[in-house]
Design a protein around this ligand. Structure first.
Ligand SMILES: [Zn+2]
Length: 75
């Protein structure tokens, strides 16, 4: 049976203890750690997205205020 290395997508025999291509360990403990790392990375990305969405909202607000002031000044 062949499986794929989650790290480098290399085809690896599922009886192998580690990936011959990148050295990724298939030890259940290491796999668990790897999954947790991925989960943390995903959470981090979500957090970054949330922050950038908030930043975009602030810029939109500044833009709207600027337009309002510009309209008020010129009229
Ligand atoms: Zn690999």
């Amino acid at each position: 049976m062949l499986t794929r290395c989650p790290e480098c997508r290399h085809k690896v025999s599922d009886s192998a203890k580690s990936c011959p291509s990148c050295g990724f360990s298939f030890d259940p403990q290491d796999l668990e750690r790897y999954k947790q790392q991925l989960e943390r990375l995903r959470e981090h990305k979500k957090e970054v997205n949330r922050k950038s969405a908030k930043l975009q909202l602030i810029w939109l607000l500044i833009f709207v205020v600027f337009i309002a002031v510009a309209t008020w000044v010129t009229s």
